[in-house]
Design a protein around this ligand. Sequence first.
Ligand SMILES: NC(=O)c1ccc[n+]([C@@H]2O[C@H](COP(=O)([O-])OP(=O)(O)OC[C@H]3O[C@@H](n4cnc5c(N)ncnc54)[C@H](O)[C@@H]3O)[C@@H](O)[C@H]2O)c1
Length: 297
Amino acid sequence: MKNIAVIGAGTMGNGIAHTFAQSGFKVKLIDINALALETGLQTIVRNLDRMVAKEKITETDKKKTLDNISTYTSIADGVIKTDLVIEAATENLDLKLKVFKQLSEVCEENCILATNTSSISITQIAAVTEKPDHVIGMHFMNPVPIMPLVEIIRGYNTSDTVTKTIMDLSIKLDKQPVEVNDYPGFVANRILIPMLNESIETLYNGVAGVEEIDTVMKLGMAHPMGPLQLADFIGLDVCLSILNVMYNGFKNPKYAPCPLLVNMVNAGKLGVKSGEGFYDYSEHKKAEKVSKQFADL
Ligand SMILES: NC(=O)c1ccc[n+]([C@@H]2O[C@H](COP(=O)([O-])OP(=O)(O)OC[C@H]3O[C@@H](n4cnc5c(N)ncnc54)[C@H](O)[C@@H]3O)[C@@H](O)[C@H]2O)c1
């Protein structure tokens, strides 16, 4: 496996492209939004520069990594002659079904189709393709170049061969794969996101302020980052989508999104990506300070 395509150049897509390219794969990074591609590439350059400054890689490694990445605004053009496509587009069921239906029509016969979805059913996504045994979840963590885990989610029809190929590939990327089954939220988000929702509920109920809640969890539970700050980094819209998938999937009120979270998303306060969430990222320095904290994880 040498040639891969990544769909979506946002928070996760650019990190996935960076990771594969740094491991020597030829990566075609695809986004319908040309500006998102440009911003995604700038993020990759910034993150590589940080790695060079920390002497984790050399200038030559940086150049080789960037040379391995090409960009496309059309899925049909970008996926030509690829062995693996990893979809990391916006967390929206209809969008993912549409993308996978198209992938099934335009990709090479043996191409493996992976999704980085945080919560949407792999089995449901696979059902719109011609080869559901070739569809799998490859759930990277944010920030992708730093976090060692990849949650590998087997859909109902995912074959043993495809699962083994993706498990082995993750190890080649220097990641630790963990195989899990396909139920809403899988493992990581089924446990994490209700905790973030509960932190928002704690704020909503007036038990404590933003910094107080985050400090309790950082200093008391040894979490490297407070839950409200983590929600800002994940994106409040992403957190809300995941909660809705679990709420609808399990029909259990314990997954109901906190009304404050819903209000913030409706108001466009999505966290770091929109410049404001539980914290204010509008002042350059503040954002820089928080990004640094994140990059040091
Ligand atoms: N943010 C996280 O911490 C995180 C962690 C793990 C998994 N995920 C999952 O990764 C996926 C991407 O999340 P994100 O946070 O990177 O989102 P994002 O909003 O940062 O980026 C999504 C990108 O997808 C692009 N896009 C939308 N429709 C497209 C299409 N039809 N074709 C090509 N590109 C398209 C958008 O232009 C955007 O650039 C989601 O499924 C999300 O649940 C997110």
